[in-house]
Design a binder for this molecule. Structure first.
Ligand SMILES: Cc1cc2nc3c(=O)[nH]c(=O)nc-3n(C[C@H](O)[C@H](O)[C@H](O)COP(=O)(O)O)c2cc1C
Length: 407
């Protein structure tokens, strides 16, 4: 196999092992995932511990094995929600018939099912069981329910089974599991590309203590940065002031004003293949920045007039740069969304524009969800309300589609 084709490097894989005879193969799988540069953490069901010891899996993964949902120690360090958030992929291999049934029916009464329910990343299941168990209608119905819910199945394979029977139900071989897991990352799709993302608000100084800004939280830009990393890209995140922690594996460039952001972007355009301008950049800044704090009544008037001048149009300038990247703009509007977005697409010469209605507080600046319409020359796609992270995955894959269509 061409290992270089795999895109598991730096991937965080939460490996779930359930109670089946193939549980021992979880040990080899862990090693092989690590050989590909993946960071592997392990959850075992109680039944799995009858087949392979947590100590073995701990020694191989080099991390404590997670066993229990109700564990005060792990819940304060890395509980089920943190584990779900940590993972780029939850891979259950081997998955028992019993586990499929629990997951298909929405149970969350053990750590592995609770993590699967909480996970927003892809979940992949590699079943392994006796061929009759696999063929039985409850198992097949559970499989169909899980597929319908977007859960990926890797295998099972056919052949001789541990019980001596022949048929479908064997755990897929490790090589096939590695390829299957690798293919699941929307990734690879932006492998070798440098993506520059601007995020957050800008601050335009009025005097040493005051500024003009907006309500942008940076959440959408940071979520996109993380999705682009997952898609295999090198990511430069040029961020205005936010309360967020930058995703791991991005080159973070902190800026304050629109002019700072403009300079930071211009300096990096020659190395950029895709630029996504998510930042809510102030259109204007005060012409004069007072060197001392403006005092109340300083001008002998009850009013104070600030003269504003236009800031550079960061995204439009990127799109007309001699080495213009594939440039994606965001249009945050409170009215006439479609008209304004389409006009921006044309006037700024963008490859794509993502329009969202910030007047709706459910999907606005500070919310965790978003809903958008994406426009490009000759096409548009509506993305219903979903988490900013899920929307980012969709957007990255739409960008990859457009780039592939153009090449
Ligand atoms: C020796 C032995 C081997 C088993 N092998 C399998 C198996 O390969 N696949 C399976 O689905 N169940 C198998 N089972 C049954 C599961 O262990 C049982 O359904 C268990 O409750 C699964 O728990 P879990 O899904 O929480 O891990 C086996 C049981 C025993 C005793």
């Amino acid at each position: 196999m061409e290992n270089s084709l795999l895109t598991l490097h730096n991937r965080r894989i939460l490996l779930g092992i359930t109670g089946g005879i193939a549980a021992y193969k979880g040990a080899e799988l862990t090693r092989r995932l690590q050989d590909q540069g993946a960071d592997v953490r392990v959850i075992m069901t109680r039944s799995a511990t009858e087949f392979i010891t947590p100590l073995t899996m701990q020694a191989l993964s080099k991390h404590p094995v997670h066993l229990d949902l109700h564990n005060p120690d792990t819940e304060s360090v890395m509980g089920h929600i943190e584990l779900a958030r940590w993972a780029d992929l939850v891979l259950i291999a081997p998955a028992s018939a019993n586990f499929l049934a629990r997951l298909a029916h929405g149970h969350g009464d053990d750590l592995l099912t609770a993590v699967c329910l909480a996970a927003e990343c892809p979940v992949a299941i590699a079943p392994a069981m006796n061929q009759a168990m696999w063929a039985k209608s409850p198992t097949q119905k559970n499989r169909a329910l899980l597929v319908e819910r977007g859960i990926h199945f890797l295998g099972p394979d056919s052949g001789i089974q541990a019980c001596g029977e022949v048929g479908a139900g064997r755990l897929l071989d490790i090589e096939a599991l590695l390829i299957g897991a690798s293919n699941l990352f929307a990734s690879g799709r932006l492998q070798g590309k440098t993506v520059l993302i601007t995020a957050g608000p800008t601050r335009e100084a009025i005097d040493p203590v005051r500024f003009i800004s907006n309500h942008s939280s940076g959440k959408q830009g940071y979520a996109l940065a993380s999705a682009a990393v997952d898609a295999g890209a090198r990511v430069i995140l040029v961020s205005g002031p936010t309360a967020l922690t930058a995703p791991e594996r991005v080159d973070l460039v902190k800026v304050t004003s629109a002019q700072d952001m403009h300079e930071a972007v211009q300096a990096r355009l020659p190395e950029t293949d895709i630029m996504i301008g998510v930042a809510a950049v102030s259109d204007y800044r005060p012409r004069m920045v007072e060197t001392q704090k403006i005092k109340k009544g300083q001008c002998g008037e009850r009013t104070l007039t600030l003269e504003l001048v236009e800031n550079p149009d960061i995204i439009a300038e990127a799109a007309k740069h001699p080495n213009a990247p594939f440039t994606v703009g965001f249009a945050a509007e409170t009215e006439n969304l479609e008209n304004y977005a389409k006009r921006k697409l044309l006037e700024k010469n963008l490859a794509m524009i993502v329009a969202n209605n910030v007047a709706n507080s459910q999907i606005g600046f500070n919310s965790d969800a978003n809903a958008t319409t994406i426009f490009w020359a000759g096409g548009e796609i509506n993305i219903p309300m979903m988490s900013k992270r899920a929307l980012s995955e969709r957007l990255i894959s739409i960008i990859a589609d457009r780039i592939e269509a153009a090449s």
